[in-house]
Design a protein around this ligand. Sequence first.
Ligand code: NOJ
Length: 568
Amino acid sequence: MNAQVCMDRKWWKEAVVYQVYPRSFFDSNGDGIGDLKGITEKLDYIKSLGVDVVWLNPVYASPNDDNGYDISNYFEIMQEFGTMSDWEDLLAEMHRRGLRMIMDLVVNHTSDEHQWFVSSRASRESKYRDYYIWRDAEGGKRPNDWGSHFSGPAWTWDSQTEQYYLHLFTGKQPDLNWENEKVREDVFTMMRWWLDKGIDGFRMDTINMISKVPGFPSVSSVDDGKLHYAGRYFTNGPHIHDYLREMNEKVLSRYDIMSVGECPLVAPELAVEYTSPEAKQLNMLFQFEHMGVDHGIDNKWEGLELDLVKFKSIISKWQTGLHGRGWNSNYLMNHDQPRSVSRFGDDKEFRVESAKMLLTFLLTLEGTPYIYQGEEIGMINSGFTDISEYRDVEIINHNQEIKESGGDLEKALAAYARMGRDNSRTPMQWTAGKNAGFSTGRPWINLARSWKEINVEADLATPDSIIKYFKELVGVRKRNLCLVYGEYVHLLPDDSRLFIYRRLFEDESILVILNFSGEEVELYPGKGFDPDEPGRMKLGICNYPAPGTGSVKMIRPFEARIYWNQDK
Ligand code: NOJ
């Protein structure tokens, strides 16, 4: 094995991560809300998938304005999810099965019900006043023109102390002031507290937003009274690397753990500055470039046709840009994105084929793969048709805004059905029985319409089960370091239906052929690619019955194949 790679081998690079959204995974007590005991009950299922790490979305005390991303106490468990002792059992049961747990770390903001904020807003003299970002009104107006992520301004007026506070998300999620050393120390103490309890790492929520550009400049040079997206002023700010280095030095580096930062507006060069070993900051990050290919700039509700050539070039740029320098994390969905099959595949005629093809993609790239609950059975978008079915604050606020401005509500509803976050937050579909086997009580959010046909039980009962295919893929990845560390070479980059790439590692060469379209496509020659090559290689994995000798060059709708240059 290549000495350099050998030196850089890490468990978190070779791991497959499975994301659990606790509210919607499994409800053990019939209140309609998933809980910690429910996850513990399903650990054998998770383990059976072959994954190594479970990322838990926030389980801390929270008034749930944004489903746990508004934390009121970092040291307590959300009552709806259970108790600290349930959490301890869950961790122990995970470790007993050889699974690791990473927790969400939400420290760009807290809940407005967190004691720090309660005290901070009570008086300008509070010792917690500077834990948050307070500014005077500018000539009777807000300090700048920034809009918040979930509609409305990023500043809320507090009439008691007569200042505005900053919140990049909802008004119930005030931003912490990371310039204050005491904030940093308190956050680091909290992180150590969880790590000492034995967790295996953190997924850090919007972590590259913790340093803001001083002076909080307005986006627009003219005061047009409009709100603007101010990403460039609050992501990757002037002290971001200092704060992360400090966090790494004082906390992360003291434990054998993994860290993955959620980082919008990052390009590969900057990702290297965050994730290279020399940077001493994060192990890896979630970038968003490929999530932007099918909607308008800064406007996810404005749908665009998926441009596969662009998608491929983004993925390829990240694969080559971080190779040997930083580390990628690969995902096609999570609790903030619609279902991957509905978005990148075909959720009707070729649902099973496209679900498997997308999993093949995720597990054959360099970087750590992240699978979201239900992706392993090809769950699809919710199919909600009425605004009353939605629970997400982002959707509810947006809808209110459209209503108030007399906008097109039908169009908005169609946009939610396509891009809304609730698409991935509907309950996990376990069986075709009552409430899809998720809960004996009424679920907190409706089930996706497809639950009777698409569920774990039904999938496992079919000979060509997606779960079985996924397990096979995980096994193949584990046995082939080439798939984890190998160099990536993109082939036929201009093709708008096929995604073909090679992975190279010492004398091993793997060829991955994916059809991202519902049409049959014939292989053809291109730079560095000979269409007869697959015929000379060994077919390792295919999501269809193996092609006959005459049809090796014909790639069927949403077909996925992995070829080796040697026996495996
Ligand atoms: C990103 C999280 O993934 C999302 O669910 C949340 O709403 C925002 N950050 C705010 O915490």
